[in-house]
Design a protein. Structure first.
Length: 316
């Protein structure tokens, strides 16, 4: 006899403590463990007045395709395998407190799923998938970018629409997916490339690649260390190989040759909806670090300078 998947949905008033408690519970973190920096950042992001989250809705268990591939490709083979299921947290601007499920069901019943989803368009902020990995709990995450018109921001890659199915509704959230690097299936470069490819593949009408698929593509012909668990990050040649394998032609830009031209090209790519991957280095670092550029902000004074906004795996 096949078993059934008992779905539970509940909600609480959003706060930093409530969010961190849900992350700790869903990830199986030991009592008293320090919350991940990434979880604290998300709590700060959602509590900012530009997001203004008021209600946190918990959906469990949740089957996430991206984590499930990571699980079958690596985690299922370890001595003490974690669960294959995750928990998905949803965020709303509406202040429903613990009554969110009841209020949402009442709305769906009264106007129907389609109209209910339209009613919630301005209230739904997105979701965070919590993996059962205490050391790296933040899984696939899509949140609305800030939209304060007084600041000259550009988040064109974040215009990617994601359909989220919840309580019979299809909610929509625009953003670029990101997750915390876990060193199991992929380090920073893998996660950065996964985030960028998720945007361009979806824009082309394809299915977003998974972190496992990125790692396998990058290490098909050249492996400088163990692929699973990831003993080190990916080299530039491996990144280029993975991009070609997915079906795209990579372009390498050198910021040192002409800094002004590099910044202009970067802004053109972002405005075209194409994320870029920056390879960052510092003398103090043992290895370089990769981040995905998802936007920029021009100087509020009207000067040519621009701040680059990026999705740093493990940070934002």
């Amino acid at each position: 006899m096949m078993g059934t998947l008992a779905l539970s949905i509940r909600s609480v008033a959003f706060s930093t403590d409530a969010f961190l408690a849900e992350v700790a519970r869903a990830s199986g973190a030991p009592a008293g463990a320090e919350p991940a920096t990434q979880a604290r950042y998300l709590a700060s992001y959602l509590q900012n007045l530009e997001a203004a989250a008021r209600t946190l809705l918990v959906e469990e268990p949740y089957i996430d395709r991206h984590y499930l591939e990571e699980y079958t490709g690596y985690y299922a083979t370890v001595l003490q395998a974690p669960s294959s299921r995750t928990v998905r947290l949803h965020f709303f601007r509406q202040d429903w407190g613990s009554r969110a499920k009841e209020e949402l069901l009442k709305l769906v019943t009264s106007v129907g799923p389609s109209d209910a989803a339209k009613t919630l368009e301005g209230d739904y902020l997105g979701f965070v998938v919590i993996r059962p990995l205490p050391g790296a709990p933040i899984g696939r995450t899509v949140l609305q970018p800030y939209s304060n018109p007084e600041k000259h921001r550009c988040f064109e890659p974040a215009s990617t629409q994601h359909d989220v199915h919840l309580l019979g509704m299809t909610l929509k959230v625009r953003g670029v997916p990101f997750q915390q690097q876990d060193q199991g299936v992929g380090a920073c470069a893998t996660t950065a490339l996964w985030s960028a490819l998720a945007r361009v593949t979806r824009a082309d009408g394809g299915r977003a690649v998974t972190p496992l698929a990125v790692t396998l593509a990058a290490t098909r012909t050249l492996t400088l260390g163990r692929a699973f668990p990831a003993s080190k990050g990916l080299e530039r040649s491996q990144l280029l190989e993975a991009i070609r394998h997915v079906g795209y032609a990579p372009e390498v830009l050198d910021p040192h040759a002409d800094a002004a031209l590099f910044q202009l090209v970067l802004k053109c790519y972002v405005r075209s909806g194409i994320p870029l991957i920056l390879n960052l280095s510092k003398k103090e670092w043992r290895e370089n670090h990769a981040v995905t550029v998802v936007g920029y902000r021009d100087s509020d004074s009207g000067a040519d300078a621009a701040e680059i906004g990026y999705s740093q795996p493990g940070v934002s």
